[in-house]
Design a protein around this ligand. Structure first.
Ligand code: SF4
Length: 305
């Protein structure tokens, strides 16, 4: 099992089974805490063949090189990062996607996960990825016609994608929660159970140039749904949309860049994919960029107080 040390104790993680054990009786000194974020997401490319209105991915063309990504992930792995989530854009459109996943799985102890719209998951691609992916996520914003209106793709094609992903690795379903999808959460959770998903990740809609944040009415409906949920699939929620929901956080003291960071397809390190503030990783490496980003936020905090 991989070990990570932080303010809430000693964290053991097994990427094959997904088992997490937190020894919270131990409270190691800050000097020995792992310096990497616990989880990092990487947008391998901005390219995508869909045009969802609520997409937050930048629209300029950018992609990361596989050797760059591997070097950064080796640094993060050595400093206690537990998992990497590839996204985009659509990560399967990166020409080296399969190789990158394989390199990271073989040359680091990180859990390799990715998020996909699912329409390119052919049996051939799944066969090439097998053994290099520890968890996968597929976006399911509504069922039937709602999905087709939200994503502009046939629902039957998504169902084929879900069948494929189920043969690849344990997987979860992501749903952007807005006024169209909130009323379909029962149907989505039933679908998740039917196709063998192990997690339903709720992503309350965030503002982009074309859509607004999830409004209060939808927020109340989401809260009611979560409070009354009796389904068998584990629920999770994005940090940005968790406010007001009954969540359980086993790492309450591991905050901000200790918990999570995002690298965009231009090689900028950010606190999240929505953050406007970033540090170019460049040749000095990702840990150096992490320190610079921490300093930026430190200075910002001091000037505000
Ligand atoms: S599938 Fe994802 S990356 Fe592509 S347009 Fe939709 S939200 Fe954006």
């Amino acid at each position: 099992m991989k070990l990570r040390i932080g303010p809430n104790g000693v964290h053991l993680f097994d990427r094959i089974s997904g088992l997490n054990v937190l020894l919270d009786e131990l409270r190691p000194k800050e000097a020995v805490w792992s310096t990497s974020p616990r989880q990092v997401s990487i947008a391998l490319t901005n390219v995508c063949d869909l045009h969802c209105k609520y997409c937050y991915a930048p629209k300029h063309k950018a992609s990361l090189r596989g050797d760059q990504v591997l070097a950064w992930l080796k640094e993060l792995d050595a400093e206690g990062c537990l998992g990497i989530g590839f996204g985009g854009g659509e990560p399967t459109l990166h020409p080296d996607f399969v190789d990158i996943c394989k390199w990271v799985a073989d040359e680091t102890r990180l859990a390799v996960t990715f998020t996909t719209h699912g329409h390119r998951l052919t049996p051939q691609l799944v066969k090439r990825l097998k053994g290099s992916i520890h968890f996968a996520r597929i976006s399911v914003d509504g069922v039937g016609r709602t999905y087709e209106q939200q994503r502009g793709k046939q629902f039957t094609s998504l169902l084929r994608g879900m069948e494929s992903i189920a043969t690849l690795s344990p997987f979860g379903i992501n749903v952007v929660v807005n006024e169209r999808t909130v009323i379909e959460l029962d149907a989505i959770s039933e679908l998740a159970q039917k196709v063998g998903a192990s997690e339903l990740l709720l992503l309350p809609q965030q503002e982009t140039t074309t859509v607004a944040n999830m409004d209060k009415v939808v927020g109340r409906a989401l809260k009611d749904w979560v409070s009354n949920y009796c389904g068998k699939i584990r629920l999770a929620v994005s940090e940005a949309g968790a406010s007001g929901l009954p969540t359980c956080d086993p790492f309450p003291d591991e905050r901000g860049l200790q918990a999570y960071a995002h690298i965009d397809a231009s090689g900028m390190l950010r606190t999240s994919s929505y953050s406007a503030i970033g540090e170019n990783i460049g040749g000095a490496g990702v840990l150096a960029a992490l320190n610079r980003l921490r300093n930026t936020f430190e200075i910002k905090r001091e000037t505000q107080s």
